[in-house]
Every structure is written in structure tokens, then in C-alpha cells.
Design a binder for this molecule. Structure first.
Ligand SMILES: *Cc1c(COP(=O)(O)O)cnc(C)c1O
Length: 465
């Protein structure tokens, strides 16, 4: 398709922009030297340009989007409506607090409900994403040990089935990361944990359900071991879809948790934001949270109250689903994942063939070995069917991994159709493995040079070319 600049005709003007209606007071040094180069085209063309662009992407509104770990579920429109109410949209963070009582009620109510859902006592809404919530929680853990002069605790234990952001956040927060292996069932190896947990342990970060989609059956023993060694327990609850309303990190012995409002609580995030990763903790850690009126607070991790409109959507979502709807959504997320898993396991070997939570991981190692068709080939083939591929090559502990998270908002018919497509692709892979390397055939672009795209991305339009 043509770029918007290629549709432009010089001299047509840019009257679609409103006139400036405030005095221009910029200092001369801040003014641009050359006029801004804007595409010059009529509204019809602008409209067509964006409609065309929208047609080249794939969103939850287009079709099945089982991107494991990311939860591309349908986010009810009503929550967007709530977040576009003028009273929420037109506030300014510096306006007088008295005039923002309604907005404060939203954030306080949300904090309280998230505490209830996670089993925590206090919550900050400041973190702008999941990894940011992790970083915040880890700084809280650090401040706690420091407040007790327990400064030898420099290590964070992270199982190898954790989300990739866990070791990264621990390192960012200034900890040394101790990685421990999973056992044969894909869960934390208790002996390895016992060995790692000692006087230099600041804490453990656990992704649960872990990245192979399993709820760790030894969870109580895990938190006991870490506490006994004097460490704190961090629960990565970015993806709370399988357990919300059913089980609470706080009841499993965890001291700190974060959740992703953009995965679990109704904010679309395919375009990369804005998100929100509230961080919660037990009462003994509350004085360390950001934004709290306490000398022990770690300080702000973001300006003002966080991504407020994302918070409005989360509150609307929680209140509309309510006490019955939240666990029902979780049960359906688990049901849909297990339904697909069971219907595919005979041809796509599961990394761990057992009841999963909201997602499951298949390993295409055998297919690759026998036919040369990789997880990448299978994922690319799916594009021709108008469905989004699962997450590929993650988690790292599974070779040729495809990680499928159907989500609770898909119908039985959609799941059956996806299962049919997955099976048909497998048949193709066995019959015509060579042909699989050439797919997709029907997308706007075919196979991309992903390495060059990552290493040397061209993100500027070259006007003079
Ligand atoms: C997505 C995810 C994260 C990171 O969240 P971001 O908002 O992308 O920073 C952390 N942990 C788990 C388990 C996740 O699924």
C-alpha cells in the first residue's frame, strides 16, 4: 500500500488541522527552522489511508488471537465508554485535589478490589507496566531488608520457568539472580530451591501459573522454604486469568505481587500500551510502597497516579463481572485452554501433558526432526487462515515451543475452527514439508527478514530517496 506521504499532493494544503487558537509564546530558539512536512491530502484520502492500514493488522476484532502469556482477550466496549466519560478524560493531574474526589474514589476502590483479589493489604497503581510493577515490588523488598539492617541479602531466586522479565527486573533492582531448574513436571525443583535459599536470599520471584501454563502444586512448600531462609516471596501475577476470584497469592504465602491490568482486567494492548502494573503487598511492607505518606516509602516510580484511564477500565471490568463473574471468567479461561489441549495432543505433543491453567505449551521438536518443519513454519502457515499464531519459541525451556492461550472470551465454535486449522496445518506439514517453508502466501507481506528488521530497522521515511 502507499504511504500517506505518497498519497500527498504538494500545494493541496493541510486545512484538516484546526487553526491555533492560543497565543504563540514559544521562545525563538524552540521554533522549527523549516515548516513541518505534513502530508497534504483531503479527508477522504486520510480516511482511506487509515482504513487500509487497519485492514493490514490483526486484532482481537478480526479473529482468534491466542498469543500465549499475552492474553489477547476481548475487552468489552462498555469499559472504553466508561474511560471516555468527560469527568475522567478532562482532568489535569495538577488540578486542585478537592475537585477530583470522584477520580480518587475510582483509584481507591480499584486498590481495594485488587487487594481483595490478590489477598494483599496495600496496593500502588503507579507502575505503568508489568515489568515496572516487578521493579517496584523488588525495590520494596530491598527497602524492607535494608530497614532491618539485613544487608547481606543480595540474591533473588528465579525458577527457569519464570517470565523473562523476572530475572531482568531483579537485575535492574540491583540483585544477583540465582536461577533454579524446573523438575520433570515443569514445576519448581524443591531440592534446588532448598539449596538456593539461605542467608543471602532477599527473596524468590515466582511466575504462577508458570510459563508452561502450570499451577505449581508445591506452592505452599515453596513459600515456606523461602520464608524459613529469611527471604520474601514475590508473585508475578501479570496474568491472573486462571486464578482470579478462585485462589489468592496472599493466601499462598506471598508478600508482594503485581498484576497486569492490560492482560487480565480489560485494557487492549496489542499496540504496546498504555498499560498498568499495580504492585501490592502485605501490611508489614505497606510503608515502603511508592506514593505512600511514609518516610520509608521507596519514592515515586511514576509521575502522579499511574495510567488513570486504564484504571477506570479495570474498575468497570471488575464491577461488571462481580463476585460471580470473575471466577467464572477464570474457569472458562482454564476450560478453553484444556479443551484445545486435549483436542490437539495426539498430533502436537504437549511439553507437559497434564491439566493446564489458562494456556498450554506444545513442542514441535519431533515434527521438526522428522520433517524439517519448525514451530516458525507452523506459525507462519496459520497467517493464511486469518488467525494469529501462538507465541513462538517461548518459554525457552521448551524446544520448538508454541504457547497457546485461547482466553475465556472465545466461543466453542471458534475453538473448534482453530483446532481444525491446527490439524490441517499438521497434515500439510507431513505431506509437503518443503511447501511449508514458503508460507504465508496470502498476507500483505510474506516471510520477513526478521534479523535485519530487528538489527537495522528502517523507521524513518526517506523523503529524498
Ligand atoms: C506480560 C508479563 C509480564 C510483563 O508485563 P509487561 O506489561 O509486558 O511489562 C511479566 N510477567 C508475566 C507472567 C507476563 O505474562
Amino acid at each position: 500500500m502507499k504511504l500517506v506521504f505518497e498519497r500527498s499532493a504538494e500545494g493541496r494544503g493541510t486545512r484538516y488541522l484546526p487553526e491555533c487558537d492560543v497565543p504563540e509564546r514559544l521562545p525563538a530558539a524552540a521554533l522549527r527552522e523549516k515548516p513541518l512536512r505534513l502530508p497534504e491530502l483531503p479527508e477522504t484520502e486520510v480516511d482511506r489511508h487509515y482504513t487500509c492500514l487497519a485492514g493490514q493488522t490483526h486484532g482481537v476484532n478480526d479473529g482468534f488471537y491466542p498469543l500465549g502469556s499475552c492474553t489477547m482477550k476481548y475487552n468489552p466496549q462498555i469499559n472504553e465508554k466508561m474511560a471516555s466519560l468527560p469527568g475522567f478524560v478532562n482532568i489535569h493531574p495538577l488540578q486542585d485535589k478537592e475537585s477530583m474526589k470522584g477520580c480518587r474514589e475510582v483509584t481507591e476502590k480499584l486498590e481495594q478490589l485488587l487487594c481483595e483479589i490478590t489477598g494483599m493489604d496495600a496496593m500502588t497503581l503507579q507502575p505503568a507496566a508489568g515489568a515496572h510493577g516487578e521493579f517496584t515490588g523488588l525495590l520494596v523488598i530491598k527497602a524492607y531488608h535494608r530497614s532491618r539492617n539485613d544487608t547481606g541479602r543480595t540474591k533473588i531466586i528465579v525458577p527457569d520457568s519464570a517470565h523473562g522479565t523476572n530475572p531482568a527486573s531483579a537485575a535492574m533492582a540491583g540483585f544477583d539472580v540465582v536461577s533454579i531448574p524446573s523438575d520433570d513436571h515443569g514445576c519448581v525443583d524443591l531440592d534446588a530451591l532448598r539449596e538456593a535459599a539461605k542467608e543471602d536470599t532477599a527473596g524468590l520471584m515466582l511466575t504462577n501459573p508458570n510459563t508452561v501454563g502450570l499451577f505449581d502444586p508445591n506452592i505452599l512448600e515453596i513459600t515456606r522454604i523461602v520464608h524459613e531462609a529469611g527471604g520474601l516471596c514475590y508473585y508475578d501475577g501479570a496474568n491472573l486469568n486462571a486464578i482470579m476470584g478462585i485462589a489468592r497469592p496472599g493466601d499462598m504465602g506471598f508478600d508482594v505481587v503485581h498484576v497486569n491490568l492490560h492482560k487480565t482486567f480489560s485494557t487492549p494492548h496489542g499496540g504496546g500500551g498504555p498499560g498498568s502494573g499495580p504492585s501490592g503487598c502485605k501490611s508489614f511492607l505497606a510503608p515502603f510502597l511508592p506514593g505512600k505518606d511514609s518516610p520509608q516509602s521507596i519514592g515515586n516510580v511514576r509521575s502522579f497516579g499511574g495510567n488513570f484511564l486504564v484504571e477506570v477500565k479495570a474498575l468497570a471490568y471488575i464491577l461488571t463481572l462481580g463476585r460471580e463473574g470473575i471466577p467464572e471468567a477464570a474457569r472458562n479461561a482454564v476450560l478453553n485452554a484444556n479443551y484445545m489441549r486435549v483436542k490437539l495432543a495426539d498430533i502436537y505433543p504437549m511439553a507437559y501433558d497434564t491439566i493446564c491453567m489458562h494456556e498450554f505449551v506444545m513442542s514441535l521438536e519431533k515434527l521438526k526432526h522428522e520433517t524439517g518443519v519448525s514451530a516458525l513454519d507452523v506459525a507462519k502457515a496459520m497467517l493464511d487462515y486469518g488467525i494469529h499464531p501462538p507465541t513462538m519459541y517461548f518459554p525457552l525451556i521448551v524446544h520448538e515451543a508454541l504457547m497457546v492461550e485461547p482466553t475465556e472470551t472465545e466461543t466453542r465454535e471458534t475453538l473448534d475452527e482453530a483446532i481444525r486449522i491446527y490439524r490441517e496445518i499438521h497434515e500439510k506439514a507431513v505431506k509437503d514439508p518443503e511447501g511449508m517453508h514458503r508460507l504465508p502466501l496470502h498476507t500483505p507481506v510474506r516471510r520477513l527478514d526478521e534479523v535485519t528488521a530487528a538489527r537495522n530497522p528502517v523507521i524513518r521515511y526517506d523523503f529524498d530517496a
